[in-house]
Design a protein around this ligand. Structure first.
Ligand SMILES: Cc1cc2nc3c(=O)[nH]c(=O)nc-3n(C[C@H](O)[C@H](O)[C@H](O)COP(=O)(O)OP(=O)(O)OC[C@H]3O[C@@H](n4cnc5c(N)ncnc54)[C@H](O)[C@@H]3O)c2cc1C
Length: 392
């Protein structure tokens, strides 16, 4: 269903409702949602397996599916029981689609700098501002958005708020013309005195939005990484088939050692990325402590692999790989976004390094073996001093 339609939806840049219907009929929208809210109770690993498989055929369809997890995680991880009971069953049953609106024109990597604000008007919130790059916007019925509810607070400035299609003052704006993942819409969302009931604020109290957004990204980044693994595997599959069929110098090009080395490196990188993604997904499901670092490692490693492997796959197709008549260039275009969204890979490296430094205290026992330059205390120094003492 997905592969035969991939080129068409990429060309026309339209939401593939027939594919959404097929995913719905297969019951896949409930994969990551707990059974008590109508899902299959599978968690992040199961989500990753589905995203990987879909992305192997079309990266756009992979994100079309995964973005519903991204949008629903703020409710699942930060919402009240009532909010979970109200929204998650419809998402699990594929009746309603959901989007995640954090980024703004001037708040991308610096997500804490969002300017969209929601003021407390007694029995309702009044939202004003604009969101940029909302994936699934327009197709979605529910939006988990993040707005400033207390501009005076440093730590509790932002809250997650649920906005629904049809809410007064909420409008979908321009839809982007994209390099890849073209079948899924990425839009601007506008809020002009948008009025939502008081109980739409995520969680028991306002001000938890930044925490909810970060928890969401920890759980969603393995999904982006799984999209990358699927894209890389899909490109490797096509390159393997092509190189065994394409004949030059009277032989299939797969018989040339340089081509074989490329295929082997691609396969090793895809498998390494896959194992890291599964490890991160399992850590999320187990509620492990180091999940932020591991999820960021998986996202940056797998998406860099996807970019490298899809580019090498185009190379193995030669000139034909550069042509839109062939399915391989789409993999390279679809792969690029995985290095950018849900935090660029520079941001992932910042997250990993920050966590490494934070954890450095656990390695204090190693200090004795690493003398600082102005405190000569090398093992050789110690041995010399012991020898001197023994001699004395
Ligand atoms: C197709 C698409 C879909 C998207 N979907 C969504 C969505 O559904 N919901 C949502 O909320 N957002 C979404 N986004 C937004 C996406 O998460 C942001 O684009 C991304 O976080 C980067 O922000 P920016 O584009 O403003 O780039 P900038 O933050 O301006 O970054 C520009 C460059 O500077 C680098 N940079 C920035 N700060 C630092 C730093 N401190 N150190 C080193 N390098 C740095 C970046 O890595 C990048 O290379 C989407 C974006 C795109 C393009």
């Amino acid at each position: 269903m997905v592969r035969p339609k991939a080129a068409h939806y990429d060309r026309v840049q339209e939401y593939p409702w027939e594919i959404r219907d097929a995913l719905h009929e297969a019951g896949l929208f409930g994969v990551w949602i707990p059974k008590e809210y109508g899902g299959h109770g599978g968690g992040v690993l199961d989500l990753c397996l589905v995203v990987e498989e879909l992305s192997r055929a079309c990266g756009g369809v992979g994100v079309l599916f995964a973005v519903n997890a991204l949008g629903s995680f703020p409710i699942l991880l930060g919402g009240t029981d009532e909010q979970r009971a109200k929204y998650l069953p419809d998402i699990a049953h594929g009746k309603r689609l959901i989007a995640f609106g954090l980024s703004e024109r001037n708040a991308g990597s610096d997500a804490g700098g969002v300017a969209t604000n929601a003021s407390d008007e007694g029995d309702h919130w009044l939202i004003n501002g604009d969101k940029k790059w909302t994936t699934n916007g327009g197709a979605a019925d529910i939006y988990s958005i993040f707005a400033v509810t207390d501009p005076t607070s440093r730590s509790r400035r932002i809250s997650g708020i649920i906005v629904e299609k049809g809410d007064e003052g909420f409008e979908i704006g321009r839809s982007e013309d994209k390099m890849g993942i073209r079948c899924v819409p990425v839009v601007e969302c506008h809020f002009r005195d948008c009025r939502v009931p008081k109980d739409r604020i995520l969680g028991a109290r306002a001000g938890m939005g930044f925490k909810h957004a970060m928890m969401t990204l920890d759980n969603a980044r393995p999904g982006v990484a799984a999209q990358a693994v699927g894209l890389a595997q899909g490109a490797l599959d096509l390159a393997t088939v092509y190189t065994t069929q394409r004949v030059q110098f009277g032989k299939s090009i797969s018989s040339f050692q340089m081509v074989q080395a490329m295929l082997a490196d691609m396969a090793a990188q895809v498998e390494a990325a896959r194992q890291l993604v599964y490890a991160a997904a399992r850590a999320c499901d187990a509620g492990a402590k180091n999940v932020t670092k591991l999820a960021a490692c998986a996202k940056l490693f797998a998406t860099d692999v996807a970019m490298k492997v899809t580019t090498d796959a185009v190379q193995l197709f030669g000139g034909y790989g550069y042509m839109r008549d062939y399915p391989i260039e789409k993999y390279m275009r679809d792969a690029k976004i995985t290095q950018i969204y849900e935090g660029t890979n520079q941001v992932q490296r910042m997250v990993v390094a920050r966590n490494l430094v934070k954890e450095a205290g656990r390695l204090d026992h190693l200090k004795a073996f690493i003398p600082l330059p102005d405190h000569p205390n090398t093992i050789a120094d110690q041995e010399r001093s012991e020898a001197a003492t023994a001699g004395a």
